[in-house]
Design a protein around this ligand. Structure first.
Ligand code: SF4
Length: 319
């Protein structure tokens, strides 16, 4: 028995394309404890969204989960068929996607969509579901008279709030938010983050997928840094942000502008690799200024370097 809510072990997700096999998630392991907030951070194409989809077993074709385990509430989701997964998604694992329009039906009012989720999954009367839908709208900061609005009658920020209302309607233990604020302006972004904090305060675990290190650090208890399909560093937020060790994490943290210091913003040289043919050894080695000889041919193992701090970099490993 594990005390983790979610335990991902050696997960591999590959995409079988005409031009080759893309190793989007390659041997990823991580744990999420009940009530904690974990941010998964990395550049686009690092595999962080694919990891999130794999946890809920919604990887789109031609992607396939080809190895590893996803333990959730002490059950192995890899053994669940599609029907069993439908009872997990929404009820126990909620999802918020970047574009709320892809999650909402444009032809139905938001109240209808919210009430349906509540009625179908909780088996309550229509009247009760509508009342609960109004309560949820108010919880996410939208007046309940908007129940009769269609998605296009709401602003982008309000639509994202509706998606969050739908995703927390069944009080899932884990809410996965995949770049939920990317399409929104900074003020609305703050409001959505406050809303997610409130969801966490009510007891849910949050997994935030983002390319934005500052956003990742804002509220997370822990941060996992992904590069080229692998987690390269993982630990509590304070140590990852204040004392990053992996050269990629250092690059990500240095790329965040700081209004109050004269520190210059540095970008990471080069580009992420083609995951059909990732570099041998450490996948970051073509971009790493500190690369050692061993880095070009041996992959550094993920190693615990202190309590709850994990790192895959030869600079810090005994050979
Ligand atoms: Fe750089 Fe080597 Fe560490 Fe990779 S293992 S990040 S190439 S020093």
């Amino acid at each position: 028995m594990s005390n983790a809510l979610l335990e991902v072990i050696n997960l591999k997700v590959y995409f079988y394309t005409l031009s080759g096999v893309v190793r989007a998630v390659d041997d990823v392991s991580l744990r999420v404890l009940p009530g904690e907030w974990i941010s998964i951070v990395g550049e686009s194409g690092s595999g962080k969204s694919t990891l999130a989809y794999a946890i809920a077993k919604i990887v789109p074709p031609p992607g396939k989960i080809v190895g590893g385990k996803v333990g959730f509430m002490n059950r192995d989701l890899m053994e669940f068929d599609e029907e069993a997964m439908r009872s997990i998604r929404g009820r126990h694992i909620g999802f918020v996607f970047q574009d709320p329009l892809t999650s909402l039906d444009p032809l139905r009012t938001v109240g209808d969509q919210l009430a349906e989720v509540i009625q179908v999954h909780l088996g309550v009367s229509r009247e009760e579901a509508v009342r609960e839908a109004g309560d949820l709208l108010e919880l996410v900061g939208i007046p309940r008279d908007r129940l009769n609005y269609y998605p296009h009658q709401l602003s982008g920020g309000q639509r994202q709030r509706v998606v969050i209302a739908i995703s927390i309607a069944l009080r899932p233990e884990l809410l996965i938010a995949d770049e939920p604020t990317t399409a929104l302006d900074v003020i609305i972004q703050d409001q959505i983050m406050d809303l997610l904090k409130e969801v966490q305060r009510k007891g849910a675990s949050i997994m935030l997928i983002t390319h934005d290190v500052a956003l990742a650090a804002e509220t997370a208890n822990r941060i996992a840094v992904m590069y080229a399909g692998e987690i390269v560093e993982h630990g509590n937020t304070h140590s990852i942000i204040n004392a990053p060790l992996h050269p990629y994490t250092v690059g990500l943290v240095d790329s965040v502008p700081d209004l109050w210091s004269k520190k210059s913003v540095k970008s990471i040289p080069g580009f992420p690799p083609d995951l059909r043919n990732p570099p041998p050894g450490c996948r970051f080695h073509p971009r790493c200024r500190q690369a050692l000889g061993i880095c070009t041919n041996e992959s550094p193992p993920m190693t615990a370097i202190e309590h709850d701090r994990y790192l895959a970099c030869w600079l810090y490993l005994k050979r």
